[in-house]
Design a protein around this ligand. Structure first.
Ligand SMILES: [Zn+2]
Length: 163
C-alpha cells in the first residue's frame, strides 16, 4: 500500500450479534455476515495512512466507521489509486449488488447524497464482479499478517458466515 490518494472498500466480518452506538446516528445492531464500508483518502499519507487507521481501533472515534470497527474483523481492503474522488460512485456500485442491504441509512454519508457508505452481505461479495462494474484497476489487499498484526478485533469464529 502506497502513500497515494485513492478510494477503498473495507471488507469486514461480523462473527456474532452485537450492538454498538454510532455517534449521533444511534444504536447499531450488527448481525453475523459481511460489512463493506466505502471511503476515500486524499489527505497526507493517502491510502497507506488511512488503511493503517482503519486497521487499528480508534480511541477517539471520529468517523462513523470508527465506532463500528471494534466489533468487526477487517478481512480485506479493495482499493485503487485515484487522482479523483470516486467513493460515491463506488458506494453506488456497491448498493446495486443484489445481495447488498443497507443496515443503517446515512452511515458515512453525512456530507453526500448517498443513502449509505456501509453495506451488509450474508456472503462475501465478489471483488472480480465489483471490478467489472467499476471498470477500474481494483487491487485487493489481503495480507492477513499485516492486517491481523495490528487488528485486535475478534477473529471470525468457525461458525461464522460462509464465503
Ligand atoms: Zn457518498
Amino acid at each position: 500500500m502506497q502513500a497515494r490518494s485513492g478510494t477503498y472498500a473495507l471488507i469486514m466480518v461480523c462473527a456474532d450479534e452485537q450492538q454498538v452506538d454510532i455517534g449521533k446516528l444511534g444504536r447499531f445492531s450488527a448481525e453475523p455476515g459481511f460489512y463493506v464500508y466505502v471511503g476515500s483518502a486524499f489527505g497526507p499519507g493517502g491510502l497507506k495512512a488511512r488503511i493503517a487507521h482503519h486497521a487499528r481501533i480508534s480511541h477517539c472515534p471520529h468517523w462513523h466507521i470508527d465506532y463500528l470497527r471494534p466489533i468487526l474483523h477487517l478481512k480485506q481492503v479493495w482499493y485503487s489509486y485515484d487522482s479523483e474522488r470516486h467513493e460515491h460512485r463506488w458506494a453506488g456500485a456497491m448498493s446495486r449488488f443484489k445481495a447488498a442491504t443497507i443496515p443503517m441509512a446515512g452511515f458515512g454519508a453525512s456530507d453526500c447524497s448517498c443513502q449509505s457508505h456501509l453495506f451488509r452481505f450474508s456472503r462475501k461479495p465478489s471483488d472480480r464482479l465489483y471490478r467489472d462494474r467499476l471498470k477500474c484497476r481494483l487491487k485487493v489487499y489481503r495480507k492477513q499478517s499485516d492486517l491481523i498484526g495490528v487488528d485486535p478485533s475478534p477473529a471470525p469464529s468457525k461458525k461464522g458466515p460462509r464465503e
